[in-house]
Design a protein around this ligand. Sequence first.
Ligand code: ADP
Ligand code: MG
Length: 290
Amino acid sequence: SVPAAILSALSAAARGGVLFKGGAALEGLAEVRTYAFDKTGTLTTGEAAVTGLHALDGGEAEFLALIAGLEAHSEHPIAAAILREAARRGVTPARISDMRSFPSEGITGWDAGGPLWAGNARMLARVGAAMPPDFQAMETGAETLVLMGRGARVLGAVTVADEPRATSAPALAALKASGAEILMMTGDRRPVAERIGMGLGLAAGEIHAALLPADKVKLVNEAAARGRVAFIGDGVNDAAALARADVGVAMGVAGSEVALQAADVALMAEDLRKLAAAQALARRTARIIR
Ligand code: ADP
Ligand code: MG
């Protein structure tokens, strides 16, 4: 039977907005050595914003309608930012069919005029398009550049920026003070990753950028050689890493269904201080039952 100390810790955690999928998850969290965090939507707010819009030919509204039409089918925070920008400008997203999502790359689809795509340099390579000179400098900047095009032609791009949640830095500091190792893992480019990570007090070596979902799993495996690993994410492009970690932590009730299924722990609020509090509770409980 489950020790009373564990049952009472599980219910205390639940009252505080942290749901453990059972006593083993609580005991697992007490022994975590490495906390690996997804960036977008986890360390940063899910509310990224469009900071610039660059249509190469044709009107801005037409361009925005197409990219919003593509992103209407994505659950990525980038997509939400683009849809909010369209709404703000009173632009109705174009109707796009046959959507396909490419994790850490972007999205493709069709309209009456043919195939369309939106995404990063990886997507550009997939469709055989070249980076327009106008966008080369932006591509190395500290904001995320989302390109959109039809076939091998680039129609334009938007820049999107996300910001750390105010609760992320104190949460990372508390976990570090407990002796844990912290890693940030993101599919975003390094300059963007460093702007966020260093703002949160992380060192360059703790920041891993330009990762595909499989790279996140590989890094979790490497960390697992040093001790138990927790992965904290929203399930968008990181469900495999969440499932591979000794303790998968899904953040936010708004988090995807996939994340909740793959997770051992769910944070009901988008506040990583809840994770630090849960770790402290898990460690206290482990000391009691030992
Ligand atoms: P993170 O690991 O930080 O959550 P992702 O792996 O989800 O980042 O995404 C990495 C990159 O892939 C994004 O920065 C973006 O360039 C591109 N990308 C992913 N999804 C989309 C999308 N729906 N539309 C456009 N670009 C996308
Ligand atoms: Mg993500």
